[in-house]
Write a new protein. Structure first.
Length: 473
């Protein structure tokens, strides 16, 4: 869970500002949503307030009329007269009358435009409740059939409030009719504007105070997080240094293993060489020139191998202060085997797909393996033939292939090809392949004989791509 949340923690001031901005945007959206809900509720109460006032006034007028001549007029007439008297209230522009079933019956004044009763209003009226609806803008010719200003083509748009009240006796529950008051709505529109201004002020003050508190709480937390991040970076650097020391210790262990195989491989060939020289001296008194040259050649090969191994192991103890790309490593390796290839008359070439940067330590150890494989390939390849070093990438592995055009590896030697003391060349000691195998194992690489035929062999060295510092393959 900690690792999952770590990516959401801002690491820079820019990310912190972005996070605070998102939080403030969410806070602002929440405040606006709350204000809109409050605005709707307050507006509904304001609109309904006028409806309740007209309803109460109508009931009072009905009560007055019923006390004066209750036996002379019907309930409908009393209700009609009560509504007319209530229409004298300020702002009432006209009245529409409906029967108890909601059907249109009359208007006052007569110039009021007849319109059907709305369903929502009818539902409220049947429950003996008043209903009110505010209309922001309505054309005057939709309210009145005719007004004097219509003759001049002047038709204004005004806000109105449609207040629908039930008509019935004060102490009765039976509906006798419906009256819909058309009330001029400028005062209510102005009240809505004042309400909006007040709500905007409240929202702005709330946002500013909440935003400042939010930033005030998050800023110290961000600084604390940055401090912890720096401490983690320091500890990470110390841990990396400790890992490098552990890797150096493992490298020293690898040096011991390689040295053990090296000594084991050198012991028997050198002993055999000494015995051969001693026996020849005893028989002939002097060494034959050809035998001397063979002994000298074997000694030089072993000396070269030992020198390269010692050089690489010495570099492995130092700090990897440089990097080599695969093409640079390939050309360096070809330069080290050029003399042997020229003496044998063998053409050596190199090809690589893309680039991969390696640390100096890894490149040196790989160079030791590749030089040994190339020297073996050169020795096994006839004159005027070729040896190729190819580098490619396959499924997370960096693949080095050394291809020769020799006679192949005998079947009886494939099983112990990488054991010291076993060689595929005449006069060889088998030390090179044994050391190469040990170094490959140390690098978590795989060194195998991929295939061998009568027309040539291919040795494959597969290195994990995880050791590459930078890849462009």
């Amino acid at each position: 869970m900690t690792l999952a949340l770590d990516k959401y923690i801002p690491k820079t001031q820019k990310n912190f500002a972005l996070g605070v901005g998102i939080a403030l945007a969410i806070l602002l959206a929440t405040i606006i949503f709350g204000l809109l809900m409050m605005r709707g509720l307050v507006r509904e109460q304001i609109v309904q307030r006028d409806a309740e006032a007209l309803y109460a006034t109508t009931l009072m007028e009905q009560l007055d009329f019923s006390e004066m001549d209750d036996d002379i007029r019907s309930d409908e007439e009393v209700s009609f007269d009560a509504a007319l008297r209530a229409s004298r209230l300020r702002g009432v522009m006209g009245i529409r009358f409906f029967n108890a079933e909601g059907g249109f019956s009359d208007t006052f004044p007569a110039t009021v435009m007849p319109q059907p009763l709305e369903k929502e209003a009818l539902v409220a009226i049947r429950q003996l409740n008043s209903h009110s609806r505010f209309i922001r803008s309505r054309s005057m010719d939709e309210i009145f059939i005719y007004l004097p200003q219509f003759a001049g083509g002047k038709i204004n748009r005004v806000p109105i409030v449609l207040v629908t009240v039930p008509l019935h006796k004060h102490d009765a529950k039976e509906l006798s009719g419906v009256a819909q008051f058309i009330v001029e709505g400028h005062s209510m529109a102005d009240e809505f504007v004042r309400l909006d201004v007040r709500l905007y002020q409240i929202g702005l003050i709330t946002f500013l105070i909440s935003g400042m508190l939010l930033v005030a709480m998050l800023w110290p937390a961000f600084h604390r997080t940055q401090k912890l991040t720096r401490e983690l970076a320091v500890r990470g650097a110390r841990l990396q240094h400790a890992n490098e020391e552990l890797a150096l210790a493992a490298r020293v262990s690898a040096v011991g293993a390689i040295s053990s195989h090296l000594m084991h491989g050198l012991r028997n060939p050198l002993a055999s060489l000494s015995e051969f020289i001693a026996s020849q001296s005893a028989v002939d008194g002097e060494l034959l020139q050809e035998d001397l040259e063979d002994a000298l050649s074997a000694s030089r090969r072993m000396q070269s191998l030992v020198e390269h191994t010692v050089q690489v192991l010495s570099d492995a103890k130092g700090d990897p202060a440089y990097e080599l790309t695969v093409p640079e490593l390939g050309h360096e390796v070809l330069g080290r085997v050029k003399t042997a290839a020229d003496e044998k008359g063998v053409d050596v070439s190199f090809s690589a797909e893309g680039k991969c940067a390696l640390s100096g330590r890894v490149a040196n150890l790989l160079g030791l393996i590749l030089v040994n494989l190339l020297e073996n390939a050169i020795q096994a390849t006839p004159e005027n033939h070729s040896v190729v070093l190819r580098v490619s990438r396959l499924e997370g592995w960096l693949c080095f292939r050394v291809e020769d055009e020799g006679s192949g590896v005998p079947d009886d030697q494939c099983a112990h090809l990488f054991l010291p003391g076993k060689s595929t060349r005449e006069g060889g000691s088998g030390i090179g392949l044994a050391i190469s195998k040990q170094i490959a194992d140390y690098l978590n690489a795989r060194l195998i004989l991929e295939y061998s035929t009568a027309s040539g062999s291919v040795f494959l060295l597969e290195l994990p791509m995880t050791v590459c510092l930078e890849t462009e393959i």
